[in-house]
Every structure is written in C-alpha cells, then in structure tokens.
Design a protein around this ligand. Structure first.
Ligand SMILES: [Zn+2]
Length: 222
C-alpha cells in the first residue's frame, strides 16, 4: 500500500512522497520512506494535492489543516484548475534545488514567465494557452539574431517547466509551443569587387584593430 493512511475527522486520506526522478529512494512507496521529496495527499476519489511540505510530520500537520478547513465549508480541495503559475514555479524550482540542478536559467526564465502571466492577468496555470505563448515569444523575445541559439536554449527551459507541470497533472497538455525554427547559419553573400575594395581600404582606417586581424584582411586581398 502506497503512502500512509490518515484519518482526519470523517475524511481518510493517504499521504505519500511524490518522488523526484533522481530520488535515490524512489522505488520505496511506503509511508515511512526517509527521502526529502515533496509529500502529497490523495483523497478517496483519487484527487490529489500537494501539502507543500517535505517531511512526514510537517506534511501531516498541513494535511490536517487542509482537510479540516475543507470539512468546515463546502468541498474546496485544490484541483489542478486552481494551481497558480507562481505555486507551480516555486515547486519546480524547489525540486530542482533538491536535485542540485543548475537553477540560474530556470529562475530567470520562470521569473520572466511569471511577470508576463501577471501582465496578461493569468493567475492559474491552465489559463496559459499555446497561442498566447507563441505570440509572446514572437513579439517580446528580442534577441540580436532571430534564430539565436540562446533563444532556443531559453525557450527550452520553459518547455521543460511545462513538461514537469504535465507530469505532475497540473495541466493536461504542454501549452508551450516547441521551437521549430532551425538555427540557420548566416548566409554568406560574396561582396562585389567594389565593396571588397571599400572594405579593404577601410581596414587601415579603423583605429585599434590588432595587427593580426589587419594582416588577415590584408591577406584576403592578395
Ligand atoms: Zn523521494
């Protein structure tokens, strides 16, 4: 039996560790596993939600708090539709931190995503649609070179983030359009003889060019 069963008032839940891909104890689904993965609640109807806690005692207190609160009023278990962009980002970064993954780009790009979401009035993950992301990328991601490799790398960070959201049932499908554009090498157009002469003449006029570079240009005129 996965996780640990807990009776809270009339509600019985299962508390379990949602293992990270790199967790050394991920084959252990018991309710006593001593890893530091995030603990989740599973309800009888199969719905799940995170406690936002990484240890059994803290997760259990949080579960009691959540269930008691839910039992007091109408059922308000967090369903994926209520997952905010910010919460998903926080959990993703926290999980990466625990896996000791390099997080500089992840933090930077998700901060950018969060700013954009707020500007657009998107509070919840499910509000982010593919078309909006595509429009954002085309109109707001300014790089010197349209097909620059850093654009591709940065975009792939967001793809990874949304993949994680899908794996964790926070969204049904990845809204992030993949980067289809190939990184084309800049096309080389030969200069006319006239342009060449101008370039070569200009080389001597550029102050501060190292001799080696000057020599290289000089050679091409031979
Ligand atoms: Zn684990």
């Amino acid at each position: 039996m996965r996780g640990r069963k807990i009776q809270i008032g009339k509600t019985s839940i299962t508390l379990y560790a949602r293992h990270r891909a790199k967790c050394p104890l991920k084959s252990d689904n018991s309710g006593i596993v001593k890893c530091d993965c995030i603990r989740w609640i599973q309800y009888k109807d199969g719905t799940r939600e995170t406690t936002g806690q990484w240890t059994w005692p803290k997760a259990e207190s949080e579960a009691r708090r959540i269930v008691t609160k839910n039992d007091a009023g109408p059922a308000v278990a967090t369903d994926p539709d209520e997952y905010t962009v910010e919460r998903a980002i926080d959990e993703w970064i926290a999980e990466r931190d625990k896996d000791e993954l390099h997080n500089v780009k992840a933090r930077h790009l998700t901060a950018k995503l969060l700013d954009w979401s707020r500007e657009r009035g998107y509070e919840f993950l499910h509000q982010i649609q593919k078309q909006a992301l595509r429009e954002w990328r085309t109109s707001h991601w300014k790089y010197k070179n349209k097909n620059s490799s850093s654009l591709k790398v940065h975009w792939s960070v967001l793809l990874t983030f949304f993949n994680w959201c899908v794996e964790n049932d926070l969204v049904k499908s990845n809204p992030c359009p993949s980067w289809k554009g190939k990184i084309e090498p800049t096309e080389v157009v030969p200069l006319t003889q006239e342009q060449m002469d101008t370039v070569l003449a200009a080389v001597d006029l550029v102050p501060g060019w190292p001799g080696e570079r000057r020599l290289r240009y000089g050679h091409s005129s031979c």
